[in-house]
Ligand binder design. Structure first.
Ligand code: PLP
Length: 417
């Protein structure tokens, strides 16, 4: 039989290079992780060939008896994982889960309140370049400039003044706990729906390592590929809201914004949820947080400022605004040393989102490959070495020394090999 290398050598070479890159680079992008070999393998299954518009037991195509089993398993497992009574596992990705919530629960033109992208929110929470920002009147909330913490009093003041139809909790770059109960109280005061997008912290929530939004929110969305460590994808969850509400959400996903569900991905979600229900997943999530705290401590000891003063979750934002280089420079410098992170705006950043004055780092991926506190402390030290040397004469030497150390550490902790 024809191999990919025979049929398409260019693509085969790109995949091989990517395999090498993932093995030999330290991955600190907070939204990334390494799915298990089982989760990877099942995406290769014959489920990819099947059309299954509709929901288990109510499909628009015949021959769905096997994919129904997969989808029901995914639904039951994710409900058990998050102790809730509604789950939709069909959203192709996080952005689609979020689009479905907008479609189900709001009308174009409604006022919606979300966390400012420049202060830690996500594009789909109302950024002007996203459908959410284009079709809704968005009123952003953000951080207290002094503390770097969410300013709930200001959030309440804005909510009372603007009376949003929906309040969005959740973030892409915030390292502290969010006070879900306080946000629900604010939503209740103005009669708003409270929706939490827990994409970044879903794995921590499942393991009891981050405050659970489900008892407070009307609806919760998530991706499945970040801390949750499943295949790429989205989910919608809810608890105690009643069948009519759930039907609205289901109809918004299909036929609202999607056609046929990706059954091979839904099957992979089912496997990932089974993995997440096992005791080892709790141990992993606890280590993710311990590792993040260890990195934050080293960075602070070396004089780097962490936005909001530290971390309670899997990530942190390093504020480089007092440094003579940008977030983009830091990102590129680390990349030369085989450390992958991402430039990120910091609160009140004077630079554009393409340049920025910050760097976001996270520990889900390195923890999956087996790094503990010792490795994370070492890594944080190397990261500081590279940043300290940016623009200095010693830069080349430092980068090449760190690169060697990083690759050696990676080889001691292989991802898949
Ligand atoms: N929501 C949050 C909070 C995110 O951080 C992200 C992705 O980074 C998404 C949604 C979007 O997920 P996806 O990239 O799967 O569409």
């Amino acid at each position: 039989s024809l191999t990919l290398a025979d049929f398409d050598p260019e693509l085969a070479a790109a995949i091989r290079s990517e395999e090498r890159r993932q093995e030999d680079h330290v991955e600190l992008i907070a939204s990334e992780n390494y799915a298990s070999p089982l989760v990877m393998a099942i995406q290769d299954s014959v489920f990819t060939n099947k059309y299954a518009e509709g929901y288990p037991g109510k499909r628009y195509y015949s021959g769905c008896e096997n994919v129904d089993v997969a989808e029901r398993l995914a639904i039951e497992r994710v409900k058990a994982l998050f102790d809730c009574d509604y789950a939709n596992v069909q959203p192709h990705a996080g952005a689609q889960a979020n689009a479905a919530v907008f479609l189900a629960l709001t009308h174009p033109g409604d006022t919606v309140m979300g966390m400012n992208l420049a202060q830690g929110g996500h594009l789909t929470h109302g950024n002007p370049s996203n459908f959410s920002g284009r079709h809704y009147r968005i009123v952003p909330y953000g951080l207290d400039p002094q503390t770097g913490l969410i300013d709930y009093d200001e959030m309440e003041r804005i909510a009372l003044e603007t009376r949003p139809r929906m309040l969005i909790g959740g973030f892409s770059a915030y390292s502290r706990y969010k006070d879900w109960a306080r946000m629900r109280a604010i939503a209740d005061k103005v009669g708003a729906i409270f929706w939490v997008d827990m994409a970044h912290v879903a794995g921590l929530v499942a393991a009891g390592e981050y405050p659970d939004p489900l008892p407070h929110a009307h609806v919760v969305t998530s991706t499945t590929h970040k801390t949750l460590r499943g295949p790429r994808g989205g989910i919608i969850l809810a608890k105690g809201q009643g069948e009519a509400f759930y039907k609205q959400l289901d109809s918004a996903v299909f036929p609202g914004i999607q056609g046929g569900p990706l059954m091979h991905l839904i099957a992979a979600k089912a496997v990932a949820f089974k993995e997440a229900l096992a005791p080892a997943f709790k141990t992993y999530q606890k280590q993710v947080v311990t590792n993040a705290r260890a990195m934050a401590t080293v960075l602070q000891q070396r004089g780097y400022k962490i936005v909001s003063g530290g971390t309670d979750n899997h990530m942190m934002l390093i504020d480089l605004s007092a440094k003579p280089y940008t977030g983009k420079d830091a990102d590129a410098g680390l990349s030369n040393a085989c450390i992958t992170a991402n430039k990120n705006s910091v609160p009140n950043d004077r630079r554009s989102p393409f340049v920025t004055s910050g760097l976001r780092i996270g520990t889900p991926a390195v923890t999956t490959r087996g790094f503990g506190v010792a490795e994370c402390e070492q890594l944080a030290g190397w990261l500081c070495d590279v940043l300290d040397a940016l623009g200095a004469d010693s830069n080349e030497q430092v980068v090449s020394r760190v690169r060697e150390q990083v690759v050696a550490l990676c080889r001691r902790h292989p991802v898949y090999r």
